[in-house]
Design a binder for this molecule. Structure first.
Ligand code: ADP
Ligand code: MG
Length: 289
């Protein structure tokens, strides 16, 4: 009866919008006690829009946006898409970029107008003048993400982008708790931006400012504490952590890399399906025992 019940379980999963890699996955699904959620693209839509451009004293905000937009046009990050689209909309055609380079979880570099330009985490760009530091603090406090723009060795401006929390994560988090699962928010974004999103969806445990290669370490640390960890993610930067977790769940709306690294795919990108998966696994395996 065992294989039959498992097949029925995986079939029922498909009806619920959960693709299960193989019937054996239900066993690890049943055992998880911790759900680690990536922020951008998993809890939030990941579709960002530019909400502000702040130039350093003496700099032209359009120039900040133009150079940043040119560089971000070559990146696939959600922040990059927002910056490039806004730059093109406001300023028209963007200048060419040479020597483009991406530093995962940090930002991008390249040469625009013959000048080396950097866009990304303030730490990547260099010290911020007081008016720029203030813009970052204001954005953080509002749960928005601020990226710095620099060239010629100095920060020249700050771009503020906003993402929105999806409609269902708050309900999903309540369901996780009802199932006895502990939710944890994991992100490369700033602690303040992470805290704002965590508060909005009801999560108390936040691990922020984590580099992509350190997301896997964060999962390992929870496992070392004796926890059985489910990780839910969407991005290329989540793949290693998804593979390390006892159970990897990919958003169906996410990247192929994340889906390939996972045991389960939430087809509609609705986090509530992760709670459905745990309930289904518990029920299916209870029938077998
Ligand atoms: P998350 O873990 O929430 O999915 P990421 O690890 O992708 O976030 O990115 C972490 C941070 O790195 C961003 O909040 C941003 O500050 C910076 N960053 C990464 N890529 C870019 C980029 N292309 N442009 C600007 N900033 C970037
Ligand atoms: Mg993400």
């Amino acid at each position: 009866a065992t294989p039959t019940a498992l097949m029925v379980g995986t079939g029922r999963g498909a009806q619920l919008g959960i693709l299960v890699r193989g019937p054996e996955v239900l066993e690890s699904t049943r055992r998880v006690d911790t759900v680690v959620l990536d922020k951008t693209g998993t809890v939030t839509t990941g579709r960002m829009s530019l909400t502000g451009v702040v130039a350093a004293d003496g700099e032209d905000p359009d120039e900040v946006l133009r150079r940043a937009g040119a560089l971000e046009d070559a990146s696939e990050h959600p922040i990059a898409a927002a910056v490039a689209a806004a730059a093109r909309e406001r300023l028209g055609a963007l200048p060419a970029v040479t020597g483009f380079g991406n530093e995962a979880g940090l930002g991008v570099r390249g040469t625009v107008d013959g000048v080396p330009v950097v866009v990304g985490r303030p730490a990547l760009v260099g010290p911020l003048a007081p008016e720029l530091a203030e813009a970052v603090a204001t954005a953080d406090a509002a749960g928005r993400t601020a990226v710095a723009v620099g060239w010629d060795g100095a920060a020249r401006g700050v771009l503020v982008v906003a993402d929105t929390v999806k409609p269902t994560p708050a309900a999903a988090v309540r369901q996780f708790r009802d199932l006895g699962l502990r939710p944890v928010l994991l992100t490369g974004d700033s602690a303040a931006a992470a805290a704002a999103v965590a508060a909005e969806v009801g999560i108390d445990d936040v691990v922020a400012e984590v580099l992509p290669q350190d997301k896997v370490e964060a999962v390992r640390r929870l496992q070392a504490q004796g926890r059985t960890v489910a990780m839910v993610g969407d991005g290329v930067n989540d793949a290693a952590a998804l593979a390390q977790a006892d159970l990897g769940l990919a958003m169906g709306t996410g990247t192929d890399v994340a889906i390939r690294a996972s045991d389960l795919t939430l087809v509609r990108g609705d986090l509530r399906a992760a709670a459905d998966a745990v309930r289904l696994a518990r029920r299916t395996l209870a029938v077998i025992k």
